[in-house]
Design a protein around this ligand. Sequence first.
Ligand code: PLP
Length: 360
Amino acid sequence: MAKIYNFSAGPAVMPKKVLEKVQTELLSYKNSGMSVMEISHRSSLFSEIQENAEKNLRRLMDIPSEYDVLFLQGGATLQFTMAPLNFANNFKRIGFINTGHWSQRAIEEANLINGVEAIEIASGFSSGYTKLPEENRTSEDLDYVHITLNNTIEGTAYKEVPYMKDKFLVGDMSSNILGQRYNVSDFGMIYAGAQKNIGPAGLTVVIVRHDLVEKSPNLPAMLSYKKLVNKNSTLNTPPVFAIYCAGLVFEWLIAEGGIDVIEKKNREKAQLLYDFLDNSSLFSSPVSVKNRSITNIPFVTGNSSLDAKFIAMATENGFVGLKGHRLVGGMRASLYNAFPIEGVKELLKIMQKFELEYKG
Ligand code: PLP
């Protein structure tokens, strides 16, 4: 098998050790004679998997005891609907910080809920979303404020979480959860699709403050945090295999030294690429220096046919998933937790070669 480096934005590269562990346990989990895919979600084997996954996630993120942890389905996209249904019940107005595609998707979905209004309290539109807005307007009559911590497509990210006075934050952490340190108590709720830093697609992690859950209205079961919390995420059949894999990823991350250690490594990987881009005569980063993501790094040559040529050459040489999102074009390197620093160093070599050939 040829060596490849997977720069995909998601589903994304998994830790090799985790995949090997899955492989050894695939046919018979803990000598049960059954694969994890075959065990009942009501069995003690599965309860143990879920309990350990939750315990290790709490340890990694320092999740305070007044927060519930849910393992759900429907992707981060379903949370665009669930958060408003559960929390936008007083003023029926939600403040949104619009930092690009995924916050706009969240705005669109919130506006589809009867009586709920999404208010854009800040926007990065004027910079083409290459900068995060500096000022966030707030007003009394908002139920909460929604923020996208890492903008997977545009390549911006928050280092510090904005303070919204007496409004709680709902944070979409899909693309940088466990990749950099945030303080859980800065949020009323955090959600993330699993398929980047957590595990296989099909699982969504929700971390939510219990008093907010308690105050939420009576909703259809699968849309109600309260009912899901009361049933410990097993109101129906949970994504057993995905939770099992997520649990292994959490164990791997603890063995690696936890979030602070992996964040340092992530910063080193990103810095290598940014330093190259800032000194290149061909490639550049379109993103404002102080708002740059350490996870998703878009870059361009400024010429779309050269971009296409570079992507084709890179793909041929085993650098996969480098094509930028169709909305922004160019290239994008996604450097999630499991992505090795050697992959960045190898990428720089082919970028250098390409630069010499086309820029001289
Ligand atoms: N939010 C962000 C920041 C994302 O990057 C993505 C997917 O890439 C989503 C939401 C949508 O996630 P899902 O496909 O799990 O619904």
